[in-house]
Write a protein that binds this ligand. Structure first.
Ligand code: IPE
Ligand code: IPE
Ligand code: MG
Length: 247
């Protein structure tokens, strides 16, 4: 896309009404590859290019929280080769991009349980989180071995522990307090959730946090989700009227 048309779209975006938190289910890598008679891994590789592009763009737009669904608790059920490739791509991404992310003041958070990750990706992920922990321009949440139901059940366990040890009274438990037991602790709920690939489902993503989130489902596959598609989604989001149950 030309700079001229990118700028044309950018002009339609109201910088004062930017979503604070955008979440994306990065879906459709396999189908993108299949359409081109390529192995699924080629789709994942191209998908990483979009990750770089959209993270940078979210920074440019001043979006303070970006959550990317990279690997679900259910994705372990895929063929071992594919899981291995996804883990390898994660390590490659962090190795190549960590310095740039750090220079750009991006803080990396992980949503999910890292215990199940193989040692190499686990080490890279811990290193990235540690290195960027004082950064403050933008939060990049990577949902990794993430499941919404797991997150809620895990939160309940932590909360019950706090009640048992007397740190919390049963009467103090409310919706806001419970949020502190989720991986997104201290973060605003997503304003906008985008799912490319034509699927219109949540697939166990951020179940607690999306109560009043605006959804955009688009038919392009994740490897095709360029800056232009991202701008389109933001423009569509800004045209929506959010009511939060009011009138
Ligand atoms: C998303 O693309 C990547 C992950 C789930 C890790 P898919 O691999 O699900 O691609 P499709 O849905 O099969 O096209
Ligand atoms: C959701 O995509 C998970 C990620 C994008 C990481 P899936 O491809 O796993 O979801 P389903 O199977 O189509 O629901
Ligand atoms: Mg999929």
């Amino acid at each position: 896309m030309s700079t001229k048309s990118i700028n044309f779209m950018l002009n339609k975006i109201d910088m004062d009404r930017m979503p604070k938190h955008v979440a994306i289910i990065m879906d459709g890598n396999g189908r993108w590859a299949k359409k081109r008679l390529l192995p699924r891994t080629a789709g994942h590789r191209e998908g990483v290019e979009r990750v770089k592009e959209i993270v940078e763009e979210a920074g440019n737009l001043g979006i303070p929280y970006l959550t990317l669904f990279a690997f679900s608790t259910e994705n372990w059920g895929r063929p071992k080769d594919e899981v291995d490739t996804l883990m390898k791509l994660l390590v490659e991404y962090l190795k190549k991009e960590l310095n740039t992310l750090h220079e750009n003041n991006v803080k990396i958070n992980i949503l999910g349980n890292l215990d199940k990750l193989p040692p190499t990706p686990r080490k890279e992920v811990y290193n990235a989180v540690e290195k960027t922990k004082y950064n403050s321009k933008m939060n990049l949440n990577i949902a990794l071995n993430y499941g919404g139901r797991y997150e809620i059940v895990n939160g309940i366990k932590l909360l019950v522990n706090d009640v048992k040890s007397g740190n919390i009274n049963l009467d103090d438990i409310d919706e806001d307090l419970f949020k502190n037991y989720l991986f997104t602790k201290d973060q605003p709920d997503p304003d906008l959730l985008i799912r490319p690939s034509g699927e219109k489902r949540i697939s166990n993503f951020l179940l607690y946090q999306i109560a009043y989130t605006e959804f955009i489902f688009t038919d392009v596959y994740w490897p095709e989700f360029t800056t232009e598609e991202f701008y389109k989604s933001i423009i569509e989001f800004q045209s929506r009227k959010r009511r939060f149950g009011g009138i």
